[in-house]
Design a protein around this ligand. Structure first.
Ligand code: 13P
Ligand code: SF4
Length: 350
């Protein structure tokens, strides 16, 4: 738990973190990647943090892995690798560093630790959770196995290490349909996201997909009615949804894919107007590289992702906190489930 005031006092004693327009000007190359969405005044406030974090990364031999939902000053300012859950999991196995700072939520940091047990994995806020990860325990997996004997359990990476260890294989939103489709059994258990499972079920009609009743608090808020109304009011807008949205929402969209799938789609298609039916930072992070696309409409914030800030990243590198640890036996079971997913994704060319 953070004592923000103590953290600020201690950081101020070591770094000059006052807003600095001159430094902001010197770092205009970094700013160029976010100037459509970050004001010059905000950049003058961020620049001292970005400079201090970059210097500390070198000193600690650290890399920052950042999810696509991080804010632009993190995504463009300090991250070494950005991506969706699958890309970050794969990168965790490849990066050469002593320290990984995971800018994302806890399950992502835990996945990095599971795949890189010899590295120090830090998360800038241990309380950055996920409603899906909180929705199920290893007992829930056992319940599903008892209900559907013999059916394999495909578990979304948005889960704890214990839940992964109790599962047969993991999946992410980039590879879920292909992994479920590749299971040998007719019935496949998907946990914990009911909506991802229902969306996958449509893509693999030859499988009997059964699911746990978890959901994402960000994506479950969208409704098909809102989308229909939005289309009526904003003709010509391309609607692009994450598969954690309910299936009737996905059905209203022009495209559905993982966060990186969404970025690729918008980059390839360059629609005049786009509504990204997902977390707010997604549109912000690609706005400058796609100046001709008008990103419109409402978005939803993930309160967990937004717990990660430049200030906490600096604190994390300054104090080497908070290290993520996973019980070795649990970690080995979870590693097998994640590694099976990575191997199968690579075999399937995803
Ligand atoms: P992606 O794997 O698509 O990045 O999704 C992760 C996530 O938590 C979305 O809410
Ligand atoms: Fe979890 Fe949803 Fe936040 Fe993704 S957006 S981390 S699924 S709560």
């Amino acid at each position: 738990m953070f004592d923000l005031l103590t953290m600020r006092d201690q950081l101020a004693a070591h770094y000059d973190l006052a807003p600095n327009p001159d430094l902001a000007q010197e770092m205009s190359e970094d700013y160029a990647r976010m100037k459509r969405v970050v004001s010059p005044i905000d950049w003058a406030m961020h620049a001292p943090y970005v400079a201090a974090i970059k210097a500390l990364k070198k000193k600690r031999h650290a890399v920052i892995l950042a999810h696509n939902y991080m804010t632009p000053e993190i995504y463009h300012g300090v991250a070494d690798v950005v991506g969706d859950s699958l890309q970050l999991a794969i990168e965790a196995t490849r990066v050469e560093a002593d320290v990984i700072v995971q800018c994302g939520v806890h399950f992502m940091a835990e996945t990095s630790k599971i795949l890189s047990p010899d590295k120090i994995v830090l998360i800038p806020d241990m309380d950055a959770g996920c409603s899906l990860a909180e929705s199920i325990t290893a007992e829930g997996i056992a319940e599903m196995r008892a209900k559907y004997p013999g059916a394999p359990v495909v578990t979304y990476v948005n889960t704890t290490a214990e839940v992964k260890a109790a599962s047969d294989i993991c999946c992410t939103s980039s590879n879920a349909a292909q992994i479920v489709g590749a299971m040998e059994s007719d019935t496949v258990i998907m946990t914990p996201d009911q909506y991802l499972a229902q969306n996958v079920a449509k893509d693999v009609p030859h499988k009997n997909v059964v699911w746990w009743e978890g959901s994402c608090i960000v994506h479950e808020q969208y409704s098909a009615k809102d989308l229909r109304e939005f289309r009526e009011w904003n003709p010509g807008t391309r609607l692009i949804a994450h598969p954690e949205c309910p299936p009737d929402v996905v059905a209203e969209a022009d495209f559905s894919g993982s966060t990186s799938g969404i970025i690729k789609y918008v980059t390839d298609e360059q629609p005049e107007k786009a509504l990204l039916i997902t977390e707010c930072s997604m549109a912000s992070n690609i706005a400058d590289s796609l100046p001709q696309v008008d990103f419109v409409g409402p978005c939803n914030m993930c309160p967990y992702m937004k717990m990660i800030t430049l200030e906490k990243i600096l604190w994390s590198l300054h104090t080497m906190s908070e290290p993520v640890e996973v019980d070795p036996t649990v970690a080995e079971g979870a590693r097998q489930a994640v590694q099976k997913m990575i191997d199968m994704s690579q075999k399937l060319g995803i």
